[in-house]
Design a protein around this ligand. Structure first.
Ligand SMILES: Nc1ncnc2c1ncn2[C@@H]1O[C@H](COP(=O)(O)OP(=O)(O)OP(=O)(O)O)[C@@H](O)[C@H]1O
Ligand SMILES: [Mg+2]
Length: 248
C-alpha cells in the first residue's frame, strides 16, 4: 500500500509538471505572437487613419503597403498553426515514396528565379545515388524552400549557395551551405527556436518572423529526422544539414 501510494504521488507530480510545462509554452507562444502581430497591425492602423483623415489617398503604393502587412499577418497565422500542430504531433501528412533527386529538382526550380535576380549562384550537388524517402512531398519541399530562402536572405551578389544531397545505407543527407553572413557561435543553438532572430531589427526588416527554422525542425522531426546548423562565425557562411531515414 505504501509503495503504491508513493508511486501514485510521483505519477501525479510528473503529470502536474508536464501540464505546467505545456502551460508555460502556451503562455510564451501567446506573448511572442502578440509581440509579432503588433508591428503589422500598427502599420495598417496608421495607414488607415491617414486615409480617413484625408492625409493619404488610396493610391497603389499605400494599398500595396497595406496588402504586404496583411499578407504578413496571414503567413504568421499559418506558420504558428503549423508549428503548434507539429508540436502536438497532429501534423497532417500525406505519406508517399519520394525520390531525393526529384525533391532537389523541385526546390531548385522554385528558387531559381529569385536567386538569379539577386545574382547569387545556386549550385546543385545531387549525389543521393537514387535514394528514396518516405514522407510528405510538400512538407519536405518546404524544408528545402525555407533553407534556400534563408540562404538567399543572408547572401549578396557574387555569393554562392550549394544544395547537396547524399546518402549512405540508412540515411539521406540534404544540406544547404552558403558563403554569406554566417552566424556567431552563441546564436547557433537557438536558431530553431520559435521567433528567434539573430538581429531582430535587420531580420524583421526582411519580413522574417523567426519561425521558418522552427517549421523546418518540426517537419524533419515528424519524419524521424534531425537537422543542425553550423557556421565558422560572422562572415564565414552557414551550413544546414538535414538527416532523414532512407527508405530505399
Ligand atoms: N543562412 C543563414 N545565414 C545567416 N543567418 C541565418 C541563416 N538562416 C537563418 N539565419 C538566422 O536565423 C534566424 C532564424 O531563421 P528563421 O528562418 O527561423 O527566421 P526568419 O528567416 O528570420 O523568418 P521567417 O523564416 O519566419 O520568414 C534568422 O532570423 C537569421 O538571423
Ligand atoms: Mg527564414
Amino acid at each position: 500500500m505504501g509503495a503504491e501510494f508513493t508511486e501514485m504521488i510521483s505519477a501525479f507530480n510528473r503529470m502536474a509538471s508536464e501540464l505546467d510545462e505545456t502551460e508555460h509554452t502556451r503562455k510564451r507562444l501567446l506573448s511572442d505572437l502578440a509581440h509579432e502581430m503588433r508591428t503589422p497591425v500598427a502599420t495598417v492602423d496608421g495607414y488607415l487613419e491617414a486615409m480617413l483623415d484625408g492625409v493619404a489617398g488610396a493610391d497603389p503604393e499605400t494599398l500595396t503597403m497595406l496588402r504586404e502587412q496583411t499578407d504578413r499577418l496571414k503567413r504568421l497565422a499559418e506558420d504558428v498553426s503549423l508549428v503548434s500542430f507539429a508540436e502536438e504531433h497532429r501534423l497532417s501528412m500525406e505519406t508517399h515514396v519520394i525520390s531525393v533527386a526529384e525533391l532537389i529538382g523541385v526546390a531548385q526550380g522554385q528558387a531559381h528565379s529569385s536567386y538569379a535576380a539577386k545574382e547569387v549562384t545556386l549550385q546543385i550537388a545531387e549525389d543521393s545515388g537514387g535514394a528514396v524517402l518516405l514522407g510528405d512531398r510538400d512538407r519536405l519541399s518546404q524544408v528545402l524552400t525555407n533553407l534556400l530562402d534563408n540562404a538567399l536572405r543572408h547572401t549578396g551578389p557574387g555569393d554562392q549557395v550549394t544544395l547537396r544531397a547524399g546518402s549512405d545505407s540508412a540515411t539521406v543527407f540534404l544540406s544547404v551551405e552558403d558563403t554569406g553572413h554566417g552566424v556567431a557561435p552563441e546564436h547557433l543553438p537557438h536558431l530553431f527556436e520559435r521567433f528567434y532572430r539573430v538581429d531582430t531589427a535587420r531580420d524583421r526588416a526582411h519580413g522574417g518572423s523567426g519561425i521558418g527554422l522552427t517549421i523546418v525542425r518540426s517537419i524533419v522531426e515528424a519524419h524521424d529526422g534531425d537537422v543542425r546548423a553550423e557556421s565558422r562565425g560572422p562572415g564565414h557562411g552557414t551550413l544546414f544539414t538535414v538527416e532523414l531515414p532512407r527508405h530505399g
